[in-house]
Design a protein around this ligand. Sequence first.
Ligand code: NAP
Length: 437
Amino acid sequence: MALNGKAPFSVAIIGAGPAGYYTAEALSADHLDIHVDIIDRLPTPYGLIRAGVAPDHQSIKNVSKRYATTNSRDNVHFIGNLELGRDISIQELKALYDVVILATGAPSDRILNIDGEHLENVYGSGKFVGWYNSHPDYKDLKPNLNTRSAAIIGNGNVAIDVARILAKTANEMADTDLADYAADRIHSAPLKDIYIIGRRGPLEAAFTPKELGELNKLDNCVPLVSNQHLPSEGKDEELTGCTKKNINLLRQISCNEPSLSKINLHLLFYRKPIAVEGPQSITSLSLEETELIEGKVSGTGNSTNLNCGLLVTCIGYKSSPIADVPYDTGQGIYANKDGHIEGNLYCVGWARRGPTGTIGTNKPDGKEIAAKILQEISPQRKQGRAGLEALISERDLHIVTFASWKKIDAAEQAAAQSGAPRVKFTNIEEMVEIAES
Ligand code: NAP
């Protein structure tokens, strides 16, 4: 029961990642009358911070401390291991809460739509990154890394993350939370060549200078790029911001020589994948040279074949459709107008705008949706958490609270060795058992 004996304004946020937490922060800060329940299908909070951000980018993961502070407020609760669609429907949540906000991100990989894409050892980055980051859904992926050559499609930061994690040595990864089973495969792989393939040029690349620059500082890997695709120096005054920094970095990289002893990381531009080949598992990738005509990618008809035994596509993500929620198939997001879906249903973050921006982009996004909700919704003061708890008990569901997540957190940290921050659990039953101990 909240202020003045009235039931609180109840909000359910689905998804305990950055978008969910920034929205909870904005809604709960100055409004003690608003009670926010952050619901996640996993027993663990923090979404992409835990399972998407690269394991060697621990400083980025520190933002979870801010989310824990939000969760320490009396009017914010985490309810883990409760899955929309399995344990509760969207209709039930909409009936229980004054407002329901989908902050479920974009967990499904976009596909290339080319022949052979479904051969073995071809993975979307959502799956591959989830695998090395101990996501329970992908712990059993078992990619075959017994290959000398790997290809990565896409010119965004995820492509760079994947290449860097494949290229770093065990020593370079010692103080990370890379999954042990992934470390075993990656660090015994005979990789000699990694290719990052962009269908457009360096001026159009989506990666940021910090991430590109990291490639030039690896112990056992030399990035390489041909001068041929870099803009001539005479046009530098036309370059600005990240693009200018990226081009400067690429020029430095273009001075590197191929190595006989280290992994060579080839940055290939103006090539689009046209077919994946192999009898059962990928053995090569067919690429067509491209040119830009009025900014659009156009194939030249010249194709080459790249031998590779592993392919990771890093070409973006889409939200997963939910029964009874309007979905925009083209954009891969929930159909919404400025975050409003319909009635008391809203969305935020990647579920609203697609997979763009950094973790920090979710902060203004969360504030904006919170302000919109406060302006648009006259709370009916529905049952909120009391009603949800009754339903949880009736269905005998084993949910995880924030206090019980802290037991999982402590056990993961206690298991860590040699400077690693934690050893993540990958098994949901095991996590729930610890939470309930
Ligand atoms: P992204 O930045 O949108 O890059 C996707 C790349 O895939 C683009 O180069 C795109 O090329 C290419 N692509 C799309 N469809 C393709 C196709 N059919 N064939 C060939 N190439 C295709 O996406 P992302 O790398 O997945 O990253 C998602 C977001 O997370 C981004 O905002 C990113 O900055 C952020 N992120 C940040 C960090 C960090 O800050 N450290 C780390 C990881 C991710 P076109 O440009 O030609 O479409």
